[in-house]
Design a protein around this ligand. Sequence first.
Ligand code: DC
Length: 218
Amino acid sequence: MIIAVDGPAGAGKSTVARIIAQKLGFLYIDTGAMYRAITLKSLEKNIGAADEAKLIEMARSTDIGLVNSADGPLKIFLDGRDASRLIREPRITRLVSDIAKIRGIREIMLGLQRKLGRQRDSVLDGRDIGTVVFPDADRKFFIDADFKERVRRRHKELIEAGQGVSEKDVEEDLRNRDKIDSTREFAPLKKAEDAIRVDTTNLTIDEVVEKVLSYING
Ligand code: DC
């Protein structure tokens, strides 16, 4: 079974997708983390977002591994080393949408995501899972929340992770990424027609999980 969970940043998508996967015993595939890993490597190799050919060549020879643990967070391995923390740094967040809009990069990630998802029952979270990666997914969700609430949540998350950013910076980042992610030419952020929209603005995580599970089991 494939469960697609799409939506903008800060809507609670990753948290919900991870919990659902744990509860169902499915593999959790965070596709945003894969774009983040590519972005991290591009910075380390000093390849700018404008140098598409070089980036694509780099991505082709990159090994990205996702390791699910029973209760902890997902671990992301970039060419064999644990990059789980590094990929969440603000320098990555600022740049990732520009890397993720490159068609050749998306094609490589698409292949990897499909291969991973077909191995076993999976929950994939991202922007284009229900529209492009798995248009035939068994269940599709579009997790959304009001912009202000998404800013508040992302800010809280970053502060808790020890990253001292201002709410204004978070707001700017989200606005910028929403715009790039939803207006790009290839696989933009969009609700699949047959996806169930869940507005999480006034819901707790438990309530969202319950709602999503009831649709999955229903
Ligand atoms: O979910 P996230 O914030 O970790 O995602 C980081 C970026 O990756 C996001 O701004 C857009 C891109 N992305 C994408 O283009 N397609 C996906 N399926 C997942 C993420």
